[in-house]
Design a protein around this ligand. Structure first.
Ligand code: NDP
Length: 404
């Protein structure tokens, strides 16, 4: 018997549950738990109507490791897929340690009071997980996640040495609303309002937020303006791609999104420091999250595609080679299949796939690991079968506009 406990019933949680239900041979018993049980019940009802599979639901406060441990014991889960928020990563890891259960997430731990985007807290659990014989898989969404696997594939199969990596992420979709974020608004806005950062010649170089932009030619989408951001997978890839000279991350934003964000920032609505309001302490960004559209609700009528990939320059057989690996995902197709938009879909499919590889013994490896530290070839094969096929192409000397 393989039981899975999924924590978090947002846009990504919805996809993970549907994808697990599509593979009943691997996931025999599925439980979805979250802070608000009603959202779990809605997902379970959708899964039942689409696949006929029964999904159990539960309420849990994942900030409390003893509540999570209780639920793990009750459900006899073999793995916990954490698609709640990054604030809950450590309490869920603690519960996994206490119960001897495998762990998988899609975003690094974040302390609520400061945007950090780093793995140090979770990497500190390495020895404990190893000693207890428990597997923890970090960052198994799309980026991080599939992008790490593309890098591992390029490292192992395409190049003798990779010089540079540019991870390029375009959401060319239209949800029809003036302003909404495609995943949790609080985490999204913390990410895009932070300083940019990239790795070059052995050091991190910091930039102002959105300081550097490029016109990048995204496969199946066309030329779009993308901005250099710091993204957490850069931290682990720097360690795991030998000889890497530079790694950068680029993401597109529409003018409409940037204008709204600028105004919200200028009036103080994106702050994470508590402020006093009519006798209550409130965090402006949390209040903003409460009034913005729920990312999970955007999928109806969402048109367009995401186009996300990695562009590599390096040496193979004594020659300089430039290649790209990427996936294109249509919002409308994701909606038709599981009632989700493509950003949730591209995150949830790899999370369910990573858990399946663990349960099938392929990714069972005590310790705390990032995706590129596993054998990523079976992962990429399975991710393709489960809805995210990938393509490999040569690129010209401009690397589709991202170089130099
Ligand atoms: P949502 O905000 O839509 O969903 C988050 C869910 O977590 C909600 O159901 C929420 O409950 C629940 N939750 C929050 N706090 C707790 C708690 N203390 N206990 C239990 N449940 C809790 O987010 P998304 O689904 O968009 O994103 C989920 C995760 O995926 C995030 O960590 C995000 O950063 C990550 N992500 C990763 C990507 C990747 O490619 N690697 C891309 C996109 C997202 P409630 O409904 O009550 O608020």
């Amino acid at each position: 018997m393989s039981n899975v406990l999924i924590i978090g019933a947002g846009g990504v949680g919805n996809v993970v549950v549907h994808k697990c239900a599509q593979d009943p041979e691997t996931f025999e018993e599925i439980t979805i738990a979250s802070r608000t049980r009603k959202k779990c019940d809605t997902i379970a009802a959708s899964v039942k109507s689409r696949t006929g599979v029964d999904v159990a639901t539960a309420q849990v406060d994942a900030n409390d490791d003893s509540e999570v441990a209780f639920l793990i014991r009750e459900t006899e889960a073999d793995i916990v897929i954490n698609v709640a928020l990054p604030y809950q990563d450590l309490s869920i890891m603690d519960a996994c340690l206490a119960t001897g259960t495998a762990y998988l997430d899609t975003a690094n731990y974040e302390p609520p009071e400061e945007a950090k985007f780093e793995y140090s807290w979770q990497w500190a659990y390495r020895e404990q997980f190893e000693r207890e014989g428990i597997t923890a898989i970090l960052g198994c969404g799309f980026d991080p996640g599939v992008t790490n696997a593309y890098c591992a594939y390029a490292r192992d199969m395409l190049f003798d040495r990779i010089h540079t990596i540019d991870i390029v992420d375009c959401n060319d979709g239209d949800h029809g609303l003036p302003f909404a974020t495609n995943f949790n608004p609080e985490i999204n806005i913390r990410e895009v309002t932070s300083k940019g950062k990239y790795w070059e010649k052995g050091q991190w170089i910091e930039t102002e937020p959105m300081e550097i932009a490029r016109s990048i030619d995204f496969p199946e989408v066309g030329v779009r303006t993308a901005y250099l951001l710091y993204h957490e997978e850069e931290e682990s890839l720097v360690n795991n791609i030998p000889g890497l000279e530079r790694i950068r991350f680029w993401m597109t934003f529409s003018d409409e999104y940037l204008t709204h964000l600028r105004v919200l920032q200028n009036v103080g609505m994106t702050g994470i420091e508590p402020v006093s309001f009519e006798g209550h302490e409130i965090v402006p960004l949390r209040f903003l999250k409460a009034i913005l559209p729920d990312p999970g609700s955007l999928s109806e009528g969402y048109s367009g595609k995401t186009s996300i990939g990695c562009i590599f320059e390096g040496e193979a057989d004594g020659e300089i080679r430039r290649r790209m690996i990427y996936n294109v995902c249509e919002h409308a197709k994701a909606h038709a299949e599981v009632g989700a938009q493509a950003v949730s879909y591209t995150t949830g499919v790899p999370a369910a796939t990573g858990a399946a590889l663990y349960l099938n013994g392929i990714w069972e490896r005590p310790g705390v690991w990032n995706v590129e530290e596993f054998d990523t070839r079976p992962f990429l094969e399975e991710v393709a079968k489960r809805g995210l096929p990938w393509k490999l192409s040569d690129v010209d000397a401009t690397c589709r506009g991202v170089c130099p």
